[in-house]
Design a protein around this ligand. Structure first.
Ligand SMILES: Cc1cc2nc3c(=O)[nH]c(=O)nc-3n(C[C@H](O)[C@H](O)[C@H](O)COP(=O)(O)OP(=O)(O)OC[C@H]3O[C@@H](n4cnc5c(N)ncnc54)[C@H](O)[C@@H]3O)c2cc1C
Length: 440
């Protein structure tokens, strides 16, 4: 009989949320997983699955049973002709990237980090950028799901279609994802070009940028009119990276963390810190060629609070304009750089922030220098207010103030997801506080 561990404390990556489940499990097989679910049922316990714990919210927190699928992490099937792979749900993207590279394959898009699990990234609607590319879950062609009743459902466009459209962004609410089949493509390199622009310029030329390059994003430096634009395009060129002594020797991190910490006593310094780092690191023109997964991943520096909402793409300029004006009018609020702006294609996934609309994600950040909390309430409240006013939908991994009524208004298919969840998990075995806030 599988044994759980008592006294385990879970902490998410940013160390902003934690919980102490009654029992913690790391099953080595689907049979063991099944036994844990049976035990939970007998003892009326709730169950949460944790991937790599990167979500900046309490989405995986539970007082009952927490299960990590780190042993269910293998590549189990390769269909070379279709360029599809089937993996166990606990596989970490960094391992998958290497497996794919050895097969001459790659994922068409991944997020900023690869030390996240396959089921975890699809479960919260993880995205990166490129208006021809959907959220990562759009690369999923089928999956298997173990429900609260212990049944294993195959789901794809042709089998259990409705459940498939829910389970591709599942929030951990529908059962345990066991395997995922992903559409890949031939391995490729990306040429990355980085160059400076003003915010006004980049917004005026938005359509041009979106057409000109496959993976377009930019970062805005709040309290200034400065941005750095990033283009990313498939290329046959060989890998060519430029070294940057500031990051290579971690001097940049130490300096930034120190300056942000000093700014907690003197917030009026923040615009100067922002300008200094822009000048030092982000104002240069840089061209590099990287293996695709290395090009998608970027440095997330140190522990942080983030919020990330999607708005309809045509609202990009309006939202950034309102945010910038509000910061100008409120000199008592000083915020950290960058504000990251990314673009994602519309899809049909029930809980996707891009459900039926091409979207722009605008990610704000407040670091915690040396673990110190920096006041962010006013910034967060105004950001959310602006996003709501402009038809925004929050990223599911990231904490926000929304409740069921808000989600019903924001997500046209929210009620469909709720009824699928109620059918698959009538006793609420996979619920926790995070999900109760969303569903009740
Ligand atoms: C440094 C950093 C950078 C990031 N960059 C991006 C980015 O570029 N774009 C973006 O959109 N997001 C980004 N995120 C958010 C991140 O992609 C998501 O939080 C993602 O869900 C993390 O994956 P994980 O494996 O850690 O999942 P977890 O946080 O562990 O879990 C996420 C959800 O999946 C569920 N789950 C996990 N495995 C299973 C399973 N087998 N069955 C059922 N449910 C399961 C959990 O219960 C939970 O509901 C970033 C986060 C960090 C910390």
């Amino acid at each position: 009989m599988v044994q759980g561990t008592e006294g385990y404390r879970f902490r998410n990556w940013a160390n902003t949320y934690s919980c102490q489940p009654e029992l913690y499990f790391e099953p080595v097989s689907v049979e063991e997983l099944q036994q844990i679910l049976d035990l939970a049922k007998q003892r009326s316990k709730r169950v949460k699955i944790v991937g790599c714990g990167h979500s900046p919210s309490d989405i995986v927190c539970t007082d009952d049973y927490l299960i990590r699928l780190n042993h269910l992490n293998k590549l189990i099937k390769v269909d070379k002709e279709k360029q599809q792979v089937t993996v166990e749900a606990g596989m970490v993207l960094s391992d998958l990237n290497e497996e794919l590279a050895s097969l001459g394959l790659a994922l068409s898009n991944i997020g900023a980090v690869s030390n996240v699990s396959v089921a975890g990234v699809i479960g919260t609607g993880t995205h990166n950028t490129g208006i021809k590319h959907g959220i990562l879950a759009t690369q999923v062609v089928s999956l298997t799901l173990m429900t609260a009743a212990g049944e294993v459902l195959e789901c794809s466009d042709s089998v259990n279609h409705e459940i498939f459209q829910a389970a591709r962004l599942h929030l951990g609410a529908l059962g345990v994802i066991l395997t995922v089949t992903i559409q890949c493509m031939p391995a490729f390199h990306i040429q990355l070009q980085q160059f400076p622009k003003t915010l006004t310029e980049v917004l005026n030329e938005l359509d041009i940028h979106l057409k000109q390059t496959e993976y377009f994003r930019f970062i805005w430096f709040p309290h200034t009119d400065k941005t750095t634009v990033f283009y990313g395009d498939h290329t046959d060129k060989p890998i060519k990276t430029t070294s940057n002594w500031l990051w290579d020797y971690a001097i940049g991190y130490y300096l930034l963390e120190l300056l942000l910490w000093i700014s907690t006593f003197l917030p009026c310094l923040l615009p100067w810190v922002t300008r200094f780092f822009y000048w030092l690191v982000y104002s240069a023109k840089v061209t590099q060629v990287k293996r695709s997964d290395k090009a998608f991943n970027f440095e997330c520096l140190f522990k942080q609070h983030v919020s990330d909402w999607a708005v309809p793409i045509e609202k990009t300029g309006v939202v950034l304009g309102q945010l910038s004006e509000w910061l100008d009018r409120n000199p008592d609020v000083r915020v950290h750089f960058p504000v990251e702006v990314r673009f994602v294609r519309a899809d049909e996934i029930l809980l996707s922030p891009c459900y039926k609309q091409d979207s722009c994600f605008i990610n704000i950040i407040m670091y915690r220098p040396y673990g110190k909390e920096v006041p962010r309430e006013k910034y967060w409240a105004m950001y959310e207010e602006i996003m709501r006013r402009n038809g925004g939908r929050p990223h599911w991994a990231k904490a926000n103030s929304c409740v069921r009524k808000d989600f019903e208004n924001m997500y046209p298919a929210f009620k469909n997801f709720c009824s699928i969840r109620e059918k698959l998990d009538p006793s609420g075995m996979f619920l926790n506080n995070f999900l109760e806030k969303a569903f009740f």
